[in-house]
Design a protein around this ligand. Structure first.
Ligand code: HEM
Length: 377
């Protein structure tokens, strides 16, 4: 895939971000226009483009006769598999309880092919998931971004997050030489707590213009839910088989303090918006989200997996061989980050900050794919 100098993403033809005057920075081009929304999202795009190109180089060594189209398609298939694996094996366990992962059949196999495909499931994302539930991440957004240098101690260029919206400077400056400093900062920093608090940066200053007028992401989420005609919080509780609130004083999974706020803001308990109610729930023990969001997220990811005929663990003419599948199963996100963004050492589980239970590892010691298994494809 095309990159630009410094192994960065190619520049966008039409400016899709806001650049200060007299800068050598550029807006990045990617398959999704949100690539410029915030530098760590751009960093994710960049990482997978680099990983794609790295995989193509490796495949070419074992399959020198493959056309560039065949190389592209096989690398794309492997990237798809890695994204699925990281999501289910690393990300979901960091937000859902073990018993909910089991209940929704979200656990991946360690060996062999999967036979969980169910043609009656619809793998499309549901309106409530996009327009409300999966926006829970808006409460995790950090206050600022910075560089963390090689010594893992010195912080530089701390920048309020609102100054980085639609401005890829921190990521692409100096011909990409700062990419690893930014990535090192991100993998070692805690996100904000998952709660019903959104930082001022996104509540008042989202995409702020020159006159100092910004938007409110929380309000956008609520408006989007209504605009999409989503049923209210209580209706989704019922859908999930959870007790439904009959009055503000008996909202079952919400603290007394928040019950009072809801009573102040809504005239009827049946009107509470699903986004507002869901992020106000007290997280379940061992989870980052409360019962309602656990239910809807669990359901959605079950359908995305079991409703997908091309799920990477499935057996099929289009699928991987067993040997290839076992190679893919060796890879964790830490390996993808360290190989492509130069964070070395890195903790094994990048969804948690480094600790004695989540120790640093040298990149070369983390398992990766042996492309020898693609020799007979
Ligand atoms: C600084 C970081 C972020 C910013 C500035 C941001 C901003 C936005 C904006 C402006 C929208 C569109 C709102 C609308 O008009 O309806 C949106 C949608 C959304 N965001 Fe975020 N967001 C960020 C991080 C996250 C995170 C961490 C998550 C989840 C883990 C997330 C999940 C979503 C989802 C699911 C949508 C709906 C997408 C769709 O329907 O296609 N966002 N975000």
């Amino acid at each position: 895939m095309r990159t630009s100098a410094g192994n960065l993403l190619p520049p966008a033809v039409n400016g899709t971000c806001e650049l200060p005057a007299n800068t050598t920075d550029f807006c990045q081009n990617a398959g999704d226009s949100r690539v410029n929304e915030v530098p760590f999202l751009g960093g994710n795009h960049l990482m997978f483009v680099r990983e794609h190109n790295r995989i193509v180089r490796e495949l070419r060594k074992v399959q020198p006769r493959w056309s560039s189209l065949k190389l592209y398609q096989e690398a794309r298939k492997i990237i798809g598999a890695l994204l699925q694996q990281v999501t289910y094996r690393e990300f979901l366990p960091s937000i859902l309880r073990k018993q909910d992962l089991e209940k929704h059949k979200l656990k991946l196999r360690n060996w062999g092919f999967s036979n969980s495909y169910n043609c009656s499931l619809n793998p499309g994302t549901k309106n409530v998931f996009n327009a409300a539930v999966f926006r829970f991440g808006h409460s995790l957004i950090p206050l600022d971004l910075a560089y963390l240098l090689y010594d893992f101690m010195s912080h530089l260029n701390s920048t309020p997050i609102e100054s980085t919206f639609m401005n890829p400077h921190l990521l692409i400056t100096k011909g990409g030489r700062r990419v690893s400093d930014l990535a090192r900062f991100i993998v070692t920093s805690n996100s904000m707590k998952l709660d019903n608090q959104l930082e001022g940066a996104v509540r008042n200053r989202l995409f702020e213009n020159k006159q100092g007028k910004g938007m409110d992401l929380g309000a956008l989420n609520l408006a989007r839910g209504r605009d999409h005609g989503l049923p209210p919080y209580n209706a989704w509780r019922k859908w999930c088989g959870l007790p439904v609130a009959t009055s503000f004083s008996n909202l079952p999974d919400i603290s007394d303090e928040k019950k009072a706020i809801f009573a102040d803001l809504y005239s009827n308990v049946g009107d509470i918006d699903v986004f507002a109610g869901g992020i106000a729930e007290t997280p379940l023990d061992g989870a980052a989200v409360g019962p309602l969001f656990s239910c809807i997220i669990g359901n959605q990811f079950r359908d995305l997996k079991d409703g997908d005929r091309y799920w990477y663990e499935n057996r099929g003419v289009e699928g991987f061989t067993l040997g290839q599948l076992q190679q893919i199963r060796r890879v964790k996100l830490a390996k993808i980050i360290c190989q492509n963004l130069g964070v070395d050492p890195i903790q094994r589980d990048v969804f948690h900050v480094p600790s004695p239970r989540n120790r640093w590892q040298r990149c070369r010691r983390l398992p990766g794919i042996n492309f020898y298994y693609w020799r007979w494809t």
